[in-house]
Ligand binder design. Structure first.
Ligand SMILES: C[S@@+](CC[C@H](N)C(=O)[O-])C[C@H]1O[C@@H](n2cnc3c(N)ncnc32)[C@H](O)[C@@H]1O
Length: 263
């Protein structure tokens, strides 16, 4: 991992933070002025960004429901964010009450919120870990959440990989996760697309330099590489609005969504 690893340390209210900006976009209250200022700049160049955030959230929960309906009862949610209802474990447990969730994030603020908000919720374990250290993610998922990788699992990596720069080895990290997936497992990814409106790309990049919110917008072919060796489930890799419903309008921030299955 590079020396300046851009991981949030404690509570830094002065730099925009992806979990809190996303919480702001979803209408949550767990954010600071720096997050709201950054979010408002994004909304100036792309007023429909709150809609994109909700599309992404719907994609995540629909993918969880479909995985649970297919018999998966273990979920490793990496970059889980500040809990917002309905949460991953609620949707999974509606289908399969014994479902368990490792709710992972590298942000101590998220970890604190998860501990406070999810305490007492059966089957969900907040974990502090970084996707750039996949072996640690796997180890803690096993040890703390009781995930058994000899059984099918769904890795949820929604709105996270575009915060991992190429030199931080996102492809190697996801390859390591694919390696341990038992047959029947799923990989659920949402990733910001290069076809996002240029104003959004420029503003979000300039405003986030040196912060954990710095995004990398990738081409669809590069996002597909995360699914190498997996079968893409219908409807394939598509912008969130199209993945959900072809009649939903496009948004300026384009996030690509897809689900792959290990056969
Ligand atoms: C846009 S939010 C998405 C939250 C949630 N996945 C969802 O879709 O509702 C991105 C989350 O990824 C987390 N994150 C970013 N980089 C990460 C990393 N390297 N390892 C773990 N979590 C990370 C952030 O802290 C933030 O909570």
């Amino acid at each position: 991992m590079p020396e300046n690893n851009r991981a949030p340390v404690g509570v830094d209210p002065f730099r925009p933070n992806p979990a809190r900006v996303y919480n702001y976009m979803l209408g949550g209250k767990d954010n600071y002025d720096a997050d709201r200022d950054y979010g408002d700049r994004m909304l100036e160049v792309a007023p429909d960004t709150k809609i994109t955030a909700w599309h992404s959230r719907r994609f995540l929960l629909q993918a969880v429901r479909e995985a649970a309906e297919a018999g998966i009862r273990q979920f490793v949610d990496i970059g889980a964010g500040i809990p917002i209802s309905p949460n991953v474990h609620e949707v999974a447990q509606e289908v399969e009450p014994s479902a368990i969730v490792a709710s992972i994030d590298f942000d101590p603020v998220v970890y604190a919120h998860s501990n406070a908000l999810l305490t007492g919720a059966p089957g969900v374990t907040p974990i502090l870990a970084d996707i750039r250290e996949p072996d640690k993610v796997l180890e803690l998922s096993r040890e703390e959440a009781g995930i058994d990788f000899s059984q099918p699992v769904a890795f949820l990596i929604v709105g996270v990989l575009h915060f991992v720069m190429d030199d931080e080895k996102p492809y190697e990290a996801v390859a390591r996760l694919r390696e341990v997936m038992a047959p029947g497992s799923r990989l659920v990814i949402q990733h910001a697309s290069i076809s996002t409106h240029p104003f959004f790309k420029n503003t979000s990049t300039v405003q986030a330099v040196n912060s954990p919110s710095l995004p990398e917008f990738r081409e669809p072919e590069r996002v597909l590489e995360f699914f190498e060796g997996l079968e893409m489930l219908p409807p394939g890799l598509l912008p969130a609005n199209e993945w959900l419903d072809a009649r939903l309008p496009a948004t300026r921030l384009v996030v690509l969504c897809g689900v792959g299955r290990k056969n």
